[in-house]
Design a protein around this ligand. Structure first.
Ligand code: 2HG
Ligand code: ZN
Length: 431
C-alpha cells in the first residue's frame, strides 16, 4: 500500500511509535501485520492482502539483566541467538532454543509461544515469561512488564498475548526468567531398531538421567536421509547401523565427571536391554555441533528437497509414530513421509515431501491428519501456532464454546479487527 505522510513520520522504533501507528491504523481501519524474524511455518507473520507490516527489528535493545534472579528484560526485536550470547557472558542461557535462533526474535517467540529443543527441561514461555509490554489495537500501551516470580493479583493477562500470534496486541518488551548456564554438556546420538524402543528409552531417560536430561529428540531414518542428501558436509555418525530410528539425548549439569559417568552407565544399560542398537557420545564441540546440525537441519533439508506439506502435532507418545506410518500407506509413491520431533514433549513434526503441490496429494492428507489427531486427543499445532494456514482448523483441537470465547476476546480487544487479520481464528466468527 502507499504509506501516507502521517504514517511515514512514525517510521522508526520504540513503543510510542508502535502506539501511534496502531492508533492511526485503528482510526482509519487499516489492517496491520506485526513481524519479527519471519521464521514461522504457518504464515502468521505474512500479509495476505494490503496490510501494513510493522517490523519490530529495530527494537533490539537489552533493557536490564538482574543477575541475582536471572531476569532479562529486553525489547521485542532482540534476536534469540544474540540474547543467548549476551547471557552466556553473564553465566546464563535463554530457556528456549530453536533451529531458527539466528533470525527469530524474542517478541515473535513469545507471540507464538515457541517451543523448541529445551522445552523438556525448562518448560514453555507461559512459564518463563514474567512480564510483557504490549501495544493494543487502539494504541494503548499496556505495561505488564513485571519481573516477579509470584504475583497473584487478579487475572494474569500477559498469558492472552503469549501464543496469540499478534492478533490481540503487539508485544514490544519482554521480561523473561533465564536459567544458569551449566558447564557440563554431553550429547549422545543413538540408533533404535523400532519405535517402541524409542518410547521405552524416553521413559528410562527420564528415570535414569533425571535432573540432567536437557533434550530428547527423535528422527526416523527418512529424516536423516533427507539431511544427508540435501545439506552439504554432513555425514551419518552411525553409518553402519541401518536403523529405522535415531535419538539425540543431551544432558546438562554441573559436574562433568559425574554427568558423563551417568550418561555412559545409562547407555550401557540401554544397550544391554536392547533399547539402543548402536550409539556414540560426542567427543568434542565439533561433533556436538554436527549432531545438532543433523537434527536442526531436517526442516531446512525438507524445504530444499522441494514442495513440502508440514504438520506440527501433539500426540500421546505411544501413538505418535502411527500417523507417520498411516500417512506413508495412504500416499505410497506420491510423496516421501518424514517423522521427527521433540519426543520428550510428545511433539511430532510430520513433513510430507513431494514433487508438486497438488489437490490430489492434499486430498490424501487432509482432513485425515486433523481427524486422526483429534480422535487421539492430540493438538493440530503443538508449537508452531495456527497462523494463516491452520486458522480454519482450530475446531479440531478446541471446542466450539472455547473458540467462541476466543472470538469474543478478539472483538473486545480489537473491535475493528486490524491486528493480524485472517490468522489464528476462522474469519467467519469475526465478521
Ligand atoms: C523443528 O523442530 C522445527 O525442527 C521445524 O520446529 C519443524 O519444519 C518443521 O516441520
Ligand atoms: Zn520443533
Amino acid at each position: 500500500m502507499k504509506i501516507d505522510f502521517q504514517l511515514q513520520m512514525w517510521i522508526g522504533c520504540g513503543n510510542i511509535k508502535v502506539s501511534k501507528i496502531l492508533s492511526y491504523c485503528n482510526t482509519k481501519h487499516l489492517a496491520v501485520v506485526p513481524q519479527g524474524g519471519n521464521t514461522g511455518l504457518v504464515g502468521g507473520s505474512v500479509p495476505v492482502y494490503d496490510e501494513v507490516i510493522i517490523s519490530l527489528a529495530s527494537m533490539d535493545k537489552i533493557i536490564s539483566f538482574d543477575k541475582v534472579n536471572g531476569i532479562l528484560t529486553c525489547e521485542a526485536g532482540c534476536i534469540l541467538q544474540n540474547l543467548n550470547s549476551f547471557l552466556a557472558n553473564e553465566g546464563f542461557i535463554m530457556p528456549l532454543d530453536l533451529g531458527a535462533k539466528g533470525s527469530c526474535q524474542i517478541g515473535g517467540n513469545v507471540s507464538t509461544n515457541a517451543g523448541g529443543l529445551r522445552f523438556i527441561r525448562y518448560g514453555s514461555l507461559h512459564g518463563n515469561t514474567l512480564g510483557l509490554e504490549v501495544v493494543l489495537a487502539n494504541g494503548t500501551v499496556l505495561n505488564m512488564l513485571g519481573t516477579l516470580r509470584k504475583d497473584n493479583t487478579g487475572y494474569d493477562l500477559k498469558h492472552l498475548f503469549i501464543g496469540s500470534e499478534g492478533s490481540l496486541g503487539i508485544v514490544t518488551k519482554v521480561s523473561i526468567l533465564t536459567p544458569a548456564k551449566l558447564l557440563s554438556t554431553n550429547l549422545a546420538f543413538l540408533a533404535c531398531q523400532d519405535y517402541l524402543s524409542c518410547q521405552k528409552l524416553l521413559l528410562e531417560a527420564k528415570k535414569g538421567l533425571g535432573e540432567i536430561l536437557s533434550a530428547f529428540e527423535f528422527m526416523d531414518s527418512h529424516s536423516i536421509d533427507m539431511v544427508l542428501v540435501h545439506l552439504e558436509g554432513i555425514r551419518n555418525p552411525l553409518p553402519l547401523s541401518l536403523s529405522k530410528f535415531y535419538v539425540l539425548i543431551e544432558t546438562t549439569g554441573s559436574d562433568e565427571s559425574h554427568d558423563k559417568a551417568k550418561l555412559e552407565a545409562f547407555l550401557l544399560r540401554s544397550m544391554e536391554d536392547g533399547l539402543v542398537s548402536d550409539g556414540v557420545i560426542a567427543q568434542d564441540i565439533n561433533q556436538e555441533s554436527m549432531f545438532w546440525r543433523i537434527r536442526e537441519g531436517i526442516s531446512e533439508a525438507t524445504v530444499k528437497a522441494g514442495p513440502v506439506y508440514k504438520y506440527d502435532l501433539s500426540l500421546p507418545v505411544e501413538k505418535l509414530y502411527d500417523i507417520v506410518e498411516e500417512m506413508r500407506l495412504r500416499l505410497g509413491e506420491m510423496a516421501k513421509v518424514v517423522g521427527y520431533g521433540h519426543l520428550g514433549d510428545g511433539n511430532l513434526h510430520l513433513n510430507i515431501s513431494a514433487t508438486e503441490y497438488s489437490d490430489n496429494i492434499i486430498a490424501k492428507i487432509e482432513p485425515f491428519v486433523y481427524e486422526w489427531t483429534s480422535m487421539h486427543r492430540g493438538s493440530i499445532s503443538a508449537e508452531h501456532g495456527l497462523g494463516l494456514m491452520k486458522a480454519n482448523k482450530i475446531h479440531y483441537s478446541k471446542t466450539s464454546e472455547t473458540v467462541q470465547l476466543m472470538a469474543s476476546i478478539k472483538k473486545l480487544l480489537d473491535p475493528n479487527c486490524i491486528l493480524n487479520p485472517y490468522k489464528v481464528l476462522p474469519q467467519s466468527l469475526l465478521n
